[in-house]
Every structure is written in C-alpha cells, then in structure tokens.
Write a protein that binds this ligand. Structure first.
Ligand code: PMV
Length: 320
C-alpha cells in the first residue's frame, strides 16, 4: 500500500517534439536521450481509502497545482476504482524550468504507484504508462543512452548503451530559474498547427535518429555532437516560426551557445542542447568537464551550474 521510487531526468539529444495522438499522448516522432545521474525526483505513494481526496506534498509543501496530472497518472496505473493516495515528492533541481522535471516525476510516480498497488513492474508496461503522462518520462524508465521508438500503436523504449560503456558528462547552465513561459503540450500543438517547418521535421527525424544511434554504437563524439546540435536547432526553429512564436531562449542562452562554440574552436569535446526552457545543457567528454564548467560559469547571465554523469533507470527505494 506504500512504495517509494527514484527517477532521474533525461536530456533528449534527438528530440521529441509534436504529438500524433493528443488524447493518448503519443509522440509524432521517435527520440534518443541520455538519463542523468545526479539529478533526481523521489516519489512516495501511500494508498489510503480513508483519505478524503488525493494529496500532494512537494519538497515538504502541499501543492494543488500539479495534483490533477499526478492523479490522472495514478488512475492509469491503478485503475479509476483505486484508493485515494498521498504523494510525497522530493526533487533536487528546479521544477518546470526546462530541466525535464516532468520526466523524472512521472517515471518515479509510475514505478512507486505500480508497486504500491501490486501492479506489473515490467519496464515496458511502466514506460508506456509514464509516457501517457509525459512523453519524455517513458525514457527515464531506462538507463544510459535510451531510444524511444514510435511504433504503429504505442511506444517501445530500450537502452542503446549502458552509462558505464560511454561515460559522458552534462554541465547544465541555468540562465533563469522561474517556470517556463509556455508548457510543452501547448507549444507542440502550436508548432504542429502553425509552423511551416513542422512537416519536414517529421520527415527528417528517422535520418537523425539513425545517425545518432550509429554515433552512440561507435562512441563517435563528433558525429553525436553534430547531429544533436542540428536536431536541437531544428526543433527551436519550428517554435520560432510558429504563430505566435515560441521563444524559450534569453540573452544568456545565446551567450552560452557562444561559449560552447569558443570551446569547440579550442578543440574541447563539447556540444550543446536545449529543451523547452532557456537552460543550456553542455554534453562533454569527462576529461573536459572542468574546462566547460569554468567557461560556462564565467558566461554573463548564468545563475547556477549543475553537473551530472549518466545514470540509471527509475527504481524502487526502501523507505520506512
Ligand atoms: O515530455 P514533455 O511533454 O515534457 O516534452 C518534452 C519535450 C522536450 O523536452 C523539449 C524534448 C524531449 O524529447 O525531451
């Protein structure tokens, strides 16, 4: 009746942007991501028929704003006839700021809820359920380099390489700490309905996925860097060309890109990627992490830096 789980956020290198089925939250494209190690969300689910309604406590403070999405996720995992639940959540990084907090939150919630309700613990089943809540959450059910395949009827997720097989480091430059301006679901729909680039994005995605998959299998950093930056900039171009435009970047985002470009010109193994927010994620070879950290830390407008290696799949943890 009570279970706790931990999940790490993941950062997409080949992005999920666009839905083919909004009701089932099915993505229009496949994606490839890396699961992080140092950032986490822990969710503890206690099923209690005596509660008047579901309750959510985030980092020690009751929260009603996020509760409806979490309750809907519990309904999918446990069935609509389920007991009410108290959810306690703990997270060591900013929520809803383009750092994939929904990925780790829904992955952890799905794993904890399934265990509390004695449901299947098969990662494929859990990934599909987590993906109904947040497309990127399905990938946090797997460790290291992860591919989400957009199959005919659902999604299929797998690990392409374990984290220890090709350890890379991610330095995250936080350029603004508030919540993002537009939620990803609304932004994706605006892109699909209004961006002139949306259809070519869908057409080209299998090619980018193929190149990234190959780069990961060959541990070819330069190849992964080129396709990841290109794919990220394409995603943001779709947004910029939407009506109204969706611009998540700020001036510091641009300055961070310049910092990464300067590092690359000096031969440093680093590339950037950005999601639905102004933060810049610099993926680098571990031996260059210190240099990347120093350069991004000295970039105007960077308010905080976080660093992470590649990490594990969502999992149960023991909590008394
Ligand atoms: O899972 P969502 O609905 O928060 O969408 C994630 C979208 C991006 O982070 C921008 C890309 C991705 O693949 O994670």
């Amino acid at each position: 009746m009570r279970a706790a789980a931990i999940a790490q956020p993941n950062i997409a290198l080949i992005k999920y942007w666009g839905k083919r089925d909004v009701d089932r939250n099915l993505p229009a494209v496949g994606s490839i991501s890396i699961t992080l190690r140092e950032l986490f969300t822990e969710m503890c689910v206690q099923l209690d028929a005596g509660l008047p309604h579901d309750m959510l406590v985030v980092n020690g403070t009751p929260d009603t704003a996020l509760l409806p999405r979490l309750s809907a996720c519990l309904d999918r995992v446990l069935g609509a006839e389920r007991s009410r639940a108290r959810i306690d959540s703990r997270c060591n990084f900013p929520i809803a700021a383009g750092l994939a907090s929904s990925a780790s939150a829904f992955a952890a919630l799905t794993v904890a809820a399934a265990a509390a309700g004695n449901k299947s613990s098969d990662p494929a089943v859990l990934a599909s359920l987590a993906g109904r809540a947040s497309g990127s959450a399905a990938r946090s059910l797997y460790s290291g380099y992860v591919e989400l395949e957009n199959t005919a009827d659902d999604i299929a997720v797998c690990t392409l390489r374990d984290p220890g097989e090709w350890p890379l480091t991610v330095v995250v430059a936080i350029t603004a700490s508030g919540p993002k301006s537009v939620g990803s679901t609304r932004a994706m729909e605006l892109s699909r309905q209004t961006s002139p680039f949306y259809s070519s994005w869908i057409e080209q995605q299998p090619h980018d996925l193929g190149v990234a998959r190959e780069a990961i299998m060959q541990r070819d950093f330069a190849k992964l860097a080129a396709v990841s930056e290109h794919n990220c900039l394409k995603m943001h171009s779709i947004m910029w060309a939407s009506r109204p435009p969706i611009v998540y970047w700020n001036a510091a985002t641009m300055d961070c890109l310049q910092t990464v470009r300067d590092l690359q010109a000096q031969g440093v193994g680093v590339f950037f990627t950005m999601d639905a927010g102004p933060q810049v994620k610099a993926v680098c070879l571990p031996e260059h992490a210190q240099q990347v950290r120093a350069a991004l830390g000295a970039t105007a407008g960077v308010v905080e830096l976080m660093e992470s290696g590649l990490g594990d799949a969502a999992r149960l943890v023991n909590r008394a």
